[in-house]
Design a protein around this ligand. Structure first.
Ligand SMILES: Cc1cc2nc3c(=O)[nH]c(=O)nc-3n(C[C@H](O)[C@H](O)[C@H](O)COP(=O)(O)O)c2cc1C
Length: 252
């Protein structure tokens, strides 16, 4: 996959800058500690955290060529039988993930939206990606003309921290099954990523680079609903776990 076209230009560099801003172990703590949370308390998000999240969204929009927007203190979108059926309660803040229509919009939405998710987790907030269970007309009201909404990320102070999802074994999602340490760590972090209905329909492939070049990695999308969004999310987790110095994205 060309991350140049899939996630904006110079992605790997931007990812290493993002990763280097975290204290030792802090990023891994966020990746391991993040779980989907659908129930939120009414504790307000501090002005400082709001400003930090607004800054992060502005950076991700710029780097990912997206038009994501934060909606604060708006309970209507998740106040419906549908949302409650989906077990969402107390959602008052959400990120609208959107951009100009493009072939790679979903993949970029996943990649940059997940960076927002990890940033929120770092601040002690909880999140849940949501494709279905919200009232679209409330969310659409926040879209710029011509933009396409991909999905939203609900966030806030969770009533719980959520639970670890069940995962496929690493050997089912990667080849080779016994790659170098950095590759195995990338795959491990990829398996900690959220995917739609926890489908984990992706395959991570490592191929040797030609003489002197870095090994190449591809994250393949095996199909399924929202699997292109998943592909973007998983690519970010892989990069963060593997370290961007160790490989180059294959052009797929
Ligand atoms: C693209 C995408 C769409 C999702 N849509 C919904 C949704 O509509 N409703 C919902 O309750 N959860 C949704 N989720 C959350 C997933 O069910 C959840 O991330 C997955 O089960 C893995 O659990 P975890 O996030 O705790 O690791 C979505 C996740 C992703 C990545």
């Amino acid at each position: 996959m060309s991350m140049g076209t899939s996630t904006g230009t110079g992605t790997s560099l931007n990812t290493s800058a993002f990763a280097s801003d975290w204290a030792a172990g802090e990023l891994e703590g966020a990746v391991r500690g993040r779980h989907a949370v659908r129930q939120y308390t009414d504790e307000p998000i501090s002005a400082e955290d709001r400003a930090a999240l607004e800054r992060e969204v502005a950076i991700c929009n710029e780097l990912g060529n997206l038009h994501m927007g934060l909606v604060w203190d708006e309970p209507e979108a998740f106040d419906s039988a549908l949302a409650h059926y989906g077990k969402f309660t107390g959602v008052r803040n959400y990120l609208v993930v959107a951009g100009a229509p493009a072939n790679d919009l979903e993949r970029r939405a996943g990649y940059w939206g997940e960076r927002f998710v990890l940033t929120a987790q770092r601040l002690g907030l909880n999140t849940c990606w949501v494709a279905l269970t919200f009232k679209r007309r409330y969310v659409r009201a926040h879209l710029a003309k011509g933009d396409q909404m991909v999905l939203v990320v609900a966030f806030g102070h969770g009533a719980t921290q959520g639970v670890q999802h069940k995962s496929k074994p690493a050997e089912d999602v990667c080849s080779p099954a016994d790659g170098p340490d950095w590759f195995r760590r990338g795959v491990e972090w990829a398996l900690l990523a959220p995917t739609a209905i926890n489908q984990q329909k992706f395959r991570i492939e490592l191929t040797d680079g030609t003489a002197g070049a870095k090994p190449q990695v591809a994250v393949r999308d095996l199909g399924g609903s929202y699997s292109k969004v998943d592909q973007g999310i998983v690519s970010l987790h892989f990069e963060l776990g593997a370290g961007t110095d160790n490989f180059a994205w294959a052009n797929i």
